[in-house]
Ligand binder design. Sequence first.
Ligand SMILES: *[C@@H]1O[C@H](CO)[C@@H](O)[C@H](O)[C@H]1NC(C)=O
Ligand SMILES: [Ca+2]
Length: 121
Amino acid sequence: MFSKSFALLLATFAASAFADSEVFYCTDINYGGNCHHSPKITANPAGVCHNMKGDVAQFNDAISSFGPDEDLLCTVFNLSNGRGVPVDYPGYADLRTIGFNDVISSYLCYVDTGNPTGEKL
Ligand SMILES: *[C@@H]1O[C@H](CO)[C@@H](O)[C@H](O)[C@H]1NC(C)=O
Ligand SMILES: [Ca+2]
């Protein structure tokens, strides 16, 4: 009884605590040039994938700094060859340091619930 309501309380807390996470990324290093805040990323079992298309097409193959919020676990992808690298908080102010400057075409982010199985609330 206690544990069930405690779990519910935790889930409720987590859902509200993680409701406002986002990624901030820019075309220049050190978060300069043109910048963009991603849409809010909330807990989702499949993670949330964003492609640099449509209103963010200008960022395709142009991102030089990428900063996820504290509770996000992200992977950025070079869609030309399908290669992805993990980027966690605080991200990279200079993506050249991981050899990923101007190649990001999409990113996938999960809310880190601290669950070692990777299952999200
Ligand atoms: C991205 O993919 C392109 C096309 O395969 C390749 O030329 C480039 O080296 C790749 N860059 C990285 C950092 O993976
Ligand atoms: Ca750039």
